[in-house]
Ligand binder design. Structure first.
Ligand code: VAH
Length: 313
């Protein structure tokens, strides 16, 4: 079975749903630091703090999972408010899982990295799998250090741990939570709730993004790939759609003609966004395990608005 740690977040909640569909609800145990507002009666959930190593060990002894998914982390914007907590959660949470996976023989692990591992001196366009990486957000620093750790644990202990450098992920099932890219989630909620949105990133801030459906499918495809096909054991670049607040606002206006966008100035998240690439080269993922995004900006906006309309009404 699969044990997922940090299952209530933006990616965890949707990855858990997809894994339950694929493997059966009885084969996916989700956990997080507090219970979600609703748990379906046939779904298994456990309260777990990823910093509680004995708590993780107890769940591994109880459920004997063959796979672990570690989605617990503090994201970039929140991390800049609490850098020591972000480092502690992102690094010691990962170390707990890595050491227990070695000790207890977990067969396969997934851990997310991020395009936040790139920094001001990384190439801005079509950023390669390998290049200068000088992240200057504590979140990006913790994800770069995490990539070095997961590659080390693969090489030193033979751990089959796999990872993706997620771009900003757009989804409708959970409210935005502390990410710099979350303007591109919030804009949809506000467009439907208020008919207008004030973006905390400037209109020409181009960032690499990916629709959740593509992110979940890609993650499962990576986890299903034969180990010998994988040439990357730090974390795979993955690309979907790069766009600016101006471009996504234009696309939303085609569906909601009365929508109005405005731009806040001097938001601290602007500096984080400015340190990241505008577009990513994911040719290694395409070659190694057949990665291929499917949602373009138009299709993503249509799907987001259609689903959010029913969710919010
Ligand atoms: C964040 N959504 O904004 C996350 C992600 C690339 C961005 O890591 O922090």
């Amino acid at each position: 079975c699969i044990l997922m740690i940090g299952a209530n977040g933006q990616i965890g909640s949707e990855l858990a749903a997809a894994l339950r569909l694929k493997f059966g609800k009885e084969n996916v145990i989700t956990s997080d630091i507090r219970a979600p507002h609703e748990i379906a009666e046939d779904e298994q959930f456990e309260i777990l703090n990823v910093l509680d190593k004995d708590g993780i060990r107890h769940l591994i002894e109880k459920y004997k999972p063959t796979q672990l998914y570690l989605l617990a982390a503090m994201l970039s914007a929140t991390g800049e408010q609490y850098p020591q907590k972000a480092w502690d959660l992102n690094m010691n949470g990962l170390l707990n899982v890595l050491d227990l996976a070695v000790e207890m023989g977990i067969k396969k692990i997934f851990w997310p990295s991020s395009i936040a591992v790139f920094g001001p001196h990384s190439p801005k366009e079509n950023t390669d799998q390998y290049c200068i990486m000088d992240p200057n957000s504590i979140y990006g620093i913790s994800k770069l250090a995490g990539e070095r750790l997961v590659e080390y644990y693969h090489n030193r202990y033979g751990l089959d741990i796999r990872s993706i450098r997620y771009p900003g992920i757009i989804s409708w099932r959970t409210e935005p939570g502390g990410g710099t890219t979350d303007y591109a989630v919030h804009i949809f909620f506000e467009a439907l709730r208020q008919g207008k949105y004030t973006s905390f990133l400037s209109e020409n801030t181009e960032l690499p993004m990916l629709y959740m459906d593509d992110a979940v499918r890609g993650t499962i495809e990576l986890m299903d790939a034969p180990a010998e096909a994988l040439s990357i054991r730090s974390s795979y670049n993955l690309a979907g759609i790069s766009f600016t607040p101006k471009e996504i606002a234009e696309e939303i206006k085609k569906i909601l003609p009365n929508f109005e966008i405005s731009y806040a100035e001097h938001d601290p998240r602007q500096a984080i966004a400015d340190s990241w690439p505008k577009s990513i080269n994911d040719e290694v993922a395409r070659k190694d395990w057949g990665w291929q995004p499917t949602f373009d900006l138009k299709a993503m906006c249509a799907d987001m608005i259609a689903n959010l309309k029913s969710k919010l009404n």
